[in-house]
Structure formats: C-alpha cells, structure tokens
Design a protein around this ligand. Structure first.
Ligand SMILES: [Zn+2]
Length: 170
C-alpha cells in the first residue's frame, strides 16, 4: 500500500539512499541544476518524505528551506514558517506517485500567494502522468504499475497489503 492509497507490487524506499548524506547531497545538486537560473528563494517540501532531499536542493541553490505537514488531514505550513506574496518557491518531494503530497504543498503555498515556479522529485513513478498543477521534473521517471485497491489482483488472492511508508491511518 503506497502513501497514495494505491496498491503496487513495488515500493521505492528513498530513505535507503538518503541515509547516506553524500548521496542525498548529489541528488539534491542534480535537482538544483534544473533551476539554477530560476532565482528560487525558497524550497518547500512535504514532510516526511521531502525533508532530506528538499534540504539538499535548498543548500545547493543557496535558498531557504521550509516544509509542510498535515494538520487535521490538511497540508499546511506550521512551526512559524511563512512565505511572502510573490516569493519564488520550488516544491521538492522524494517520490511522486499520484503527486498528491506535492499538489497539496503547492496549494498551501499558493494560498499564501507564493509564486510556485515548479516541482521536482528524485523519482517519478507515474511515468510522467502525475499532474501537480505546476511544471515538474524528476531525476528518474519510471512506469511502476499501481492500482486502485478495488482492482488489486493480489488483494483478490487474499494477500495482505503491507504499508512500508510513513503516513499512518489512511
Ligand atoms: Zn492489494
């Protein structure tokens, strides 16, 4: 069971590469290279998945780093974080599947009148299909099958759905 609620035979655990700071730094720099000329002031990431990679992208761009998190199910800026009207923000996530977390983060920033320039992730497992409402890049785009639970063949066979990710209770 993916964070998105979809079922898939394959789970991509970015934490396993991001546990190595040097690799995280390299991925961060690779994402940052796409936005060097965009005058990004702030990188924002949905917690928890986007925290480490977002921080590394911000470091490489010399930008500020903030994150969104869920409060009563809604993705919001907390901890005193804020953005100014027109502030140029890049949204960074580890893995995009449906784009839900990224899209919600974009919406939270736009609600504060920030200018969201683009979104980026290490992995896009939607084969490029995920729509987050702004331009989007990924370091690697994969076509990894994922299905609605109602259509899941493994569930029909009675196999238990396992949730290896971080978000609980959905
Ligand atoms: Zn299933």
């Amino acid at each position: 069971m993916l964070t998105s609620g979809l079922h898939s035979a394959i789970y991509l655990q970015c934490a396993l590469v991001l546990q190595h700071p040097r690799e995280a730094e390299n991925f961060g720099r690779s994402i940052a290279e796409h936005f060097r000329t965009e005058n990004i002031q702030t990188v924002a990431a949905p917690a928890i998945g986007g925290l480490i990679i977002g921080h590394e992208v911000a470091r490489s761009l010399g930008a500020r780093f903030i994150w969104t998190e869920r409060e009563n199910g809604k993705m919001v800026l907390r901890r005193g974080f804020s953005v100014s009207p027109g502030e140029r923000v890049l949204v960074v996530e580890d893995v995009v599947t449906t784009g839900g977390s990224t899209r919600e983060t974009v919406a939270a920033l736009q609600a504060s009148a920030a200018k969201v320039i683009a979104a980026a992730s290490i992995i896009d497992r939607s084969s490029g299909k995920a729509d987050v409402g702004v331009a989007r890049i990924a370091l690697a785009t994969l076509a990894v099958p994922s299905v609605d639970p109602d259509l899941c063949e493994a569930c029909k066979r009675g196999e238990p759905a396992i949730k290896p990710g971080s978000r609980k209770g959905r």
